[in-house]
Design a protein around this ligand. Structure first.
Ligand SMILES: Cc1cc2nc3c(=O)[nH]c(=O)nc-3n(C[C@H](O)[C@H](O)[C@H](O)COP(=O)(O)OP(=O)(O)OC[C@H]3O[C@@H](n4cnc5c(N)ncnc54)[C@H](O)[C@@H]3O)c2cc1C
Length: 267
């Protein structure tokens, strides 16, 4: 299907993008277009104005800043996967980016688009929560846990633009996902991060929004091994159930993926 008619504008600055957005009745920002374009083609979204963020300077980067790794909103997944800096100081994040979708998705899709969309099966939300990231926007900085508010919903205000995510660098971390064989989205993905004995475990794909597995966190803080969490019983209550997997199967996958993520963190 073809999208309905829309106006296209390429913004050269954050302020210009926000002005264009404010001047429209129904605008949408365009980053990699991996979600926006298909939803427009299916007419699930019909914005009158599409405002392209890609020409705005300094939105595409992967760089260390003190004890943080910052990733710009317009950074493609492939750039994170291939970044020497990410591979050196946060290899679990580079790995996560390398298993998103397929090569075309990874060369167009962006961190900003992914977290602004907050698909329950997306990979980045797991890293945002496990790595206690802060989200930078055109207006403020906000904790990742406050930013990702629910299924396909975030704390973004009308017209606000994600500019970067700042991830805390853990002492060790791992990410493991069981991908949907067709789309590669996570049926379940688990990110485990150890900050010198304080452990954060974030689960994506299993529920309506990414969540922390607190019992695993306290257990791993005591004993950081895959076998330590093997017998933790994960309740299927509230987990997603669809044609791909039942809630019980997803609960089982949380255990398996968490153990694999710990194994990856142990190298
Ligand atoms: C076939 C397929 C397979 C995929 N597999 C996976 C997978 O395995 N794992 C995974 O995590 N993801 C997967 N994705 C999603 C993909 O990785 C993209 O990140 C996601 O589609 C968002 O796309 P985008 O970055 O191109 O943003 P766009 O499509 O351009 O934008 C998405 C939404 O975010 C808004 N937006 C974009 N940028 C900003 C910004 N900076 N500030 C505020 N709002 C913004 C847009 O207005 C729009 O509403 C898949 C997508 C496809 C099509």
């Amino acid at each position: 299907m073809y999208p309905s008619t829309f106006r296209y504008a390429r913004a050269n600055s954050l302020s210009q993008a926000e002005e264009l957005f404010a001047a429209s009745d129904d605008a949408a920002y365009l980053s990699g277009g991996m979600t926006l374009i298909p939803t427009m083609k299916l007419r699930l979204a019909s914005p009158g104005d599409v405002i392209d963020l890609n020409a705005i300077p300094d939105l595409a980067f992967v760089r260390r800043k003190g004890d943080l790794l910052e990733v710009g909103a317009c950074t493609r997944h492939a750039e994170v996967a291939e970044s020497a800096e990410a591979q050196r100081i946060l290899p679990a994040l580079a790995h996560l980016a390398s298993v998103i979708g397929d090569p075309s998705v990874r060369h167009r899709g962006t961190l900003g688009g992914s977290i602004a969309n907050n698909d329950p099966a997306a990979d980045y939300p797991a890293a945002i929560i496990a790595l206690n990231a802060r989200i930078k926007t055109s207006r403020r900085e906000i904790a990742g846990e406050e930013f990702l508010t629910g299924m396909f919903s975030t704390a973004l205000e009308d017209g606000e633009i994600v500019t970067a995510a700042a991830f805390q660098i853990p002492s060790r971390a791992g990410y493991a996902k069981f991908p949907n064989p067709a789309s590669r989205y996570a049926m379940v993905g688990v990110f485990v991060a150890d900050f010198n004995g304080t452990v954060r475990v974030a689960v994506t794909g299993a529920g309506p929004c990414v969540f922390r597995a607190e019992e695993m966190e306290t257990t791993l803080a005591r004993t950081f091994t895959p076998s330590a969490i093997k017998n933790i019983s994960v309740s299927s209550e509230g987990l997603n159930a669809d044609l791909h997997a039942s809630a019980e199967y997803r609960a089982h996958l949380i255990n398996v993926m968490a153990a694999r993520a710990v194994e990856a963190a142990l190298g």
